[in-house]
Every structure is written in structure tokens, then in C-alpha cells.
Design a binder for this molecule. Structure first.
Ligand code: FO1
Length: 312
């Protein structure tokens, strides 16, 4: 397909659709704006999970069972950390460790996260642009009944068990968006903008909270299409449904459509969803949104492009 696409993504659901889009679009026509609210510093390393999940997925070197990290990993680093009594709740495979060591050393040399990601993507032979939502650090803090918890501690160490009352994105006020992307959105240089089926609160909201993106999406004449992260009354994967319940929301695609109401021009939900265009207030397309095979990722990507074409 000849269209130029911008996809907003975070986590595994986003990376799956990005892989489908990467295969149905012409080389160089996909730009992915990645959440960096999950980034953190661990053992002195600058870790960018959502960027790496995208990078490894598009390069087809990701561990698909785990959903994060690289395939065919070895774990000598973690084994030694454990032997020496270090913190072992966040697992860095040996290959993944190399990515994080190199990123940290490049950052200390003064390179931006965007420049480093571009360099890594080139080395991995990726013909798509993966851009951090900002080069400045933004850190998602999870507000819970037990107090405020940094995102990775909540997600990995605490296995999302604390009850969530809200989120804060530390550093967001000082964070600049990618001005290139904001200009391209405003000047309708993309044919389609896609909100991937990522967690709305912890993957997409951090991106939208950076001054510039949301305003540009509202202004843009390009169709903005979202894909629901909910099938039936549960999340496709991860804690989306649990978080929605804890925030007092009904777990449904309608709640997600309402959450994005300012920016969406169309919404894709699963065939078993009873959401109507009337309820959503925008056109709704129904299909199989479960991307558990490569073919399903490609099919959903193609259908998203066709639906967007009808909205244009
Ligand atoms: N997720 C886990 O559930 N357990 C881990 O030990 C873990 C390690 C890890 C290392 C590098 C990396 O880039 C991601 C890693 N993740 C791990 C995934 C990550 O915490 C989440 O997938 C995202 O932040 C949520 O989108």
C-alpha cells in the first residue's frame, strides 16, 4: 500500500499492529510514535521497553511468547545478579542488556533518544521510523491505594496488584513533542493516523499528554482511527480491564471510544462487540481484532487502512 501512516503505540498490542502495518505498507511509509512513559533507570541503565518491543518486533527478533525482550536469549547476566544478591525483579537478557548498555553510553555522550533509536533501527535493518514521543524524560507514576509507584515497579515487580486511583506523567511539562511529527499531522502529511490497541491510560495517554500532539490530532484533516484494546468485557492482554474497573469505568469498547472522543474519527472493535456507531458517535468497523497470528496482524492492518480510506 502506498499510504503514509502514523501509529501511536505502546506495549505488545501496539507492536503487533505495527508489525502488520509494516508488512502491508511500502518500505519507509510507517512512522511509529512510541510511548516512553514506561522508561526507567535500572542498574544505572536507561531502559526504554516500548521502543525496544517495537524495534525487536519489526526486526523479527522479539520473544513472542514473553511479549518483551529478544528471542533466543541467554540469561548469564541475571544469573550473576542473583548470585551476587542483586535486585532480580526486572529481567534483562544478555542480548537485551547490550541494547541498554549501548543506549546508556550513547546518551552519556550527549545523543538524544531519537538519534539512538534511529541508529539502532538502521543497524537492525528496519525500514520504518520509530520515534520516542519525546527526547526529554517522562515517567509514568501510578497512583495507588498504597501510594505512588513508578510504572515498572507497579507493572513488573508488583504484577499490577495495587488498586489504581490515577496516573501522573512526571516531566511532561518540560517534554517537547517531535516537532516533525506535529507539523506532519497538522499539514495532513500522513494518509492515516492510528491509535493502536494499546492500554489507553499507560501507553497512549502519556503521548497525548505532551503539549502539541492532541491539539494537532484535533486540527488535522487526516482520519484518526482507533482500535479497541477490549474484547467482550476483558482486555486482550495486560491490565487495561482491571485499571478501568478500579477507575470506576465500565469495561467496554464504548468507554475506550469515549476516552478518545476528542481525537477519533473512526473506531474498530471486535465482531462480538455490540458497540454501534450511534453509541460511539463515530463510524464503527467490526472485525476480528485478536492478533494471535502473523496473518491476523496483516489482515487487521489492511482492514484498518481500508476503513480509514472510507473515512477520508
Ligand atoms: N516485563 C515483565 O513482565 N517482566 C520482566 O522481567 C520484564 C523485563 C523487561 C526487560 C526489558 C524490556 O524492554 C521490557 C521488559 N518487560 C518485562 C516488559 C515491560 O515491563 C512492559 O512490557 C512494558 O513496559 C509495558 O508496555
Amino acid at each position: 500500500m502506498n499510504s503514509k501512516v502514523l501509529a501511536l503505540s505502546g506495549g505488545i498490542g501496539g507492536a503487533k499492529l505495527a508489525l502488520g502495518l509494516y508488512h502491508v505498507l511500502e518500505s519507509g511509509h510507517l512512522t511509529v510514535l512510541a510511548n516512553t512513559g514506561d522508561d526507567f533507570e535500572h542498574f544505572g541503565l536507561s531502559i526504554s521497553p516500548d521502543i525496544d518491543t517495537l524495534m525487536y518486533t519489526l526486526a523479527e527478533i522479539s520473544n513472542q511468547d514473553q511479549g518483551w525482550g529478544r528471542a533466543n536469549e541467554s540469561w548469564s547476566f541475571m544469573e550473576t545478579i542473583i548470585e551476587l544478591g542483586g535486585e532480580d525483579w526486572f529481567n534483562l537478557g544478555d542480548k537485551d542488556l547490550a541494547t541498554n548498555v549501548l543506549r546508556t553510553s550513547r546518551m552519556r555522550m550527549g545523543k538524544s533518544l531519537g538519534e539512538i533509536t534511529k541508529e539502532f533501527c538502521e543497524k537492525l535493518g528496519i525500514h520504518a521510523e520509530i520515534l520516542p514521543m519525546s527526547n526529554e524524560p517522562v515517567r509514568t507514576m501510578v497512583k495507588t491505594l498504597e501510594g505512588d509507584v513508578p510504572f515498572q515497579q507497579y507493572f513488573v515487580r508488583d504484577q499490577c496488584s495495587p488498586i489504581v486511583t490515577g496516573f501522573e506523567f512526571d516531566g511532561v511539562d518540560a517534554a517537547q513533542p517531535s516537532h516533525k511529527v506535529v507539523n506532519a499531522i497538522v499539514h495532513s502529511e500522513f494518509d492515516t493516523i492510528i491509535i493502536c490497541p494499546s492500554n489507553p491510560f499507560i501507553s497512549i495517554d502519556p503521548i497525548l499528554s505532551i503539549a502539541g500532539y492532541k491539539e494537532a490530532l484535533i486540527k488535522s484533516e487526516t482520519p484518526v482511527v482507533g482500535i479497541s484494546p477490549i474484547i467482550g468485557s476483558d482486555s486482550v492482554k495486560g491490565p487495561t480491564a482491571k485499571i478501568m474497573r478500579e477507575l470506576g469505568m465500565l469495561v467496554s469498547s464504548l468507554s475506550v471510544a469515549k476516552h478518545y472522543k476528542e481525537i477519533l474519527d473512526g473506531f474498530i472493535v471486535d465482531t462480538q462487540d455490540d458497540l454501534t456507531a450511534e453509541d460511539a458517535g463515530i463510524p464503527v468497523y467490526k472485525t476480528n481484532i485478536m492478533m494471535d497470528t502473523f496473518e491476523k496482524k496483516e489482515t487487521l492492518a489492511r482492514e484498518t487502512m481500508e476503513f480509514s480510506g472510507q473515512l477520508a
